[in-house]
Design a protein around this ligand. Structure first.
Ligand code: HEC
Ligand code: HEC
Ligand code: HEC
Ligand code: HEC
Ligand code: HEC
Ligand code: HEC
Ligand code: HEC
Length: 328
């Protein structure tokens, strides 16, 4: 069910976390069993009374079935009415799926969900965080297993990644889109263009991709020739993935160093950003430059370009206009 496309970075901490959790479970449930086996609950008593599990049901968010001593048995075996054991009534995800919709569906299923490790993220009893989460939703939770991309002191880091909004883009359990994404993001390097093709448009809008000529919708232009439009807005449009990393890059503007190509990675030659443009040497064509003020010559054969080139005066005006904006 998973897309079989391993992550490019090592998943940090999983074995330790997992073994740690397992060890803790063995230790706690072992100790618990020793003390609790055959232990009788006094008539009229509850698992939560004074001398028993008083630490339970105290935190801000209490899981509904763990709110009262009377319902603990919905998850913990209780063969006799006055006795209890800590053995859960079912294992892993099966325990949770007694009451909750199965979480392991969809084209892409998150590995810990697939493995029924619900309690890697959720506390079955109580929590300080919404959603019964063991850690705050976002990087605290996700970066226990995943390595952080980008150092932040060079290149570029995507603002929503920097601010830890993992769950704005990714679902925690499953998705029909690659990488558990919450919106569309076609597989591969090419996709026919449309206003719903990329979930990126939820935040960025489609303006930089809609018009063949522009003086302001994007910085990725040669004169007024919109290079975002030329690459992306066509039947065989280039995916954002061809050029941008979604999290971080050592290069400016999230430009990747490598482009995923099938199962291989092709190096994208040096990307240099300048005051008024940039240059790039992708595997797709020869090294090429773009400049917003003095359009760079293009040495290769290209398809017809709709629209009119802007005059040098018009281009100059845009830059001066930018200056006015700052004054304003
Ligand atoms: C939704 C299922 C569920 C309910 C309801 C539930 N438990 Fe648990 N409990 C578990 C699971 C699962 C574990 C194993 C620990 C883990 O995986 O984090 C556990 C472990 C425990 C442990 C071992 C130590 C610990 O905290 O991990 C105690 C003690 C315990 N439960 C007490 C209770 C009491 C008392 C109640 C009722 C107030 C209760 N449980 C209700 C699922 C549940
Ligand atoms: C005996 C039934 C039962 C079992 C078993 C059970 N839950 Fe729940 N769970 C509930 C109920 C009831 C709610 C409250 C639903 C609501 O408020 O809409 C809930 C709520 C939740 C929530 C949402 C909390 C929120 O703030 O929205 C999460 C997360 C959750 N459960 C996770 C789990 C996990 C993980 C397991 C397995 C360890 C599990 N549940 C097992 C009954 C159960
Ligand atoms: C990688 C961490 C992670 C794992 C593993 C995980 N969950 Fe969740 N779960 C979350 C997060 C984060 C949310 C809150 C989602 C949100 O706020 O959009 C959530 C929400 C939920 C909810 C609330 C309703 C909903 O779907 O939003 C339930 C129920 C739930 N999880 C059950 C489970 C069960 C059952 C499993 C195991 C099969 C599981 N979770 C495994 C992170 C996880
Ligand atoms: C308990 C450890 C654990 C936690 C916590 C965790 N992950 Fe994962 N995640 C994994 C593992 C293991 C994989 C699979 C790696 C592989 O296939 O090589 C994975 C894979 C992924 C993938 C790639 C899925 C695919 O098939 O393309 C995404 C995206 C992801 N995780 C996002 C998140 C987000 C967002 C969070 C926080 C809500 C999170 N993870 C928390 C263990 C975890
Ligand atoms: C702006 C949206 C966005 C945000 C925010 C975001 N991601 Fe992603 N992430 C993506 C996209 C898009 C991909 C898929 C890349 C591809 O397939 O080309 C991805 C891929 C992944 C993968 C699998 C591939 C890999 O790089 O290993 C993991 C794991 C992951 N993200 C974890 C996280 C975590 C953890 C956070 C929060 C710290 C986060 N993401 C924040 C968009 C985002
Ligand atoms: C052919 C490579 C390429 C593709 C494909 C591409 N971009 Fe870009 N993008 C760039 C370059 C180069 C820049 C940097 C322009 C500059 O600042 O000189 C850029 C800049 C951006 C910016 C900063 C604002 C702007 O427009 O200047 C955003 C946002 C952006 N791209 C989003 C996207 C999204 C979303 C997609 C997919 C729909 C996409 N890009 C596809 C090369 C590309
Ligand atoms: C949750 C909202 C959100 C989503 C979804 C999103 N972005 Fe962004 N992106 C931002 C914000 C905020 C900025 C910073 C804007 C600024 O500085 O003006 C940004 C900036 C960028 C930049 C410029 C980075 C730089 O350092 O110059 C690029 C390129 C970019 N995004 C590409 C993408 C791509 C590609 C996608 C889809 C895979 C995407 N974004 C999805 C919010 C988002």
């Amino acid at each position: 069910m998973r897309n079989g496309r391993g992550v490019t970075r090592p998943v940090r901490g999983l074995p330790e976390t997992f073994l740690g959790a397992l060890l803790l479970l063995l230790v706690t449930s072992g100790a618990a069993l020793e003390v609790e086996q055959g232990f009788s609950i006094p008539a009229g008593g509850s698992c939560l009374t004074a001398e028993c599990h008083t630490e339970q049901a105290k935190k801000k968010y209490i899981h509904a079935p763990a709110r009262q001593g009377e319902t603990c048995h919905q998850c913990h075996q209780q063969p006799e009415p006055d006795q209890h054991f800590f053995e859960p009534v079912a294992k892993g995800g099966d325990l949770c799926h007694i009451c909750h919709e199965p979480t392991a569906r969809g084209r892409v299923v998150h590995a810990p969900v697939m493995d029924g490790m619900c309690t890697a993220c959720h506390d079955p009893h109580q929590s300080d965080h919404k959603g019964q989460l063991k850690r705050k939703a976002g990087p605290d939770l996700c970066l226990t297993c995943h390595a952080r991309d980008g150092s932040g002191d060079q290149g570029s880091v995507h603002a929503p990644y920097q601010s830890g909004m993992c769950l704005n883009c990714h679902g925690p359990h499953f998705s029909d889109t690659v990488a558990l994404l919450r919106g569309n993001y076609p597989d591969g390097l090419y996709a026919p263009y449309g206003p719903d093709t990329y979930f990126c448009f939820k935040c960025h809008g489609t303006d930089p991709f809609d018009e063949p000529r522009t003086l302001d919708a994007t910085q990725f232009r040669n004169g007024n020739l919109n290079l975002h439009f030329r690459h992306v807005n066509r039947d065989k449009g280039r995916s954002c993935r061809a050029c941008h990393h979604p999290h971080a890059s050592v290069r400016a503007a999230l430009i990747r160093e490598q482009m995923p190509f099938g199962t291989a990675e092709l190096a994208i030659g040096a990307f240099q950003k300048t005051e008024t443009g940039g240059s790039c040497a992708p595997p797709c064509h020869q090294a090429i430059a773009y400049d917003r003020l003095q359009p760079a010559p293009v040495g290769m054969k290209v398809s017809p370009r709709p629209g009119q080139d802007a005059s040098p005066e018009e281009l100059q005006q845009v830059l001066e206009g930018g200056g006015d904006d700052e004054d304003w």
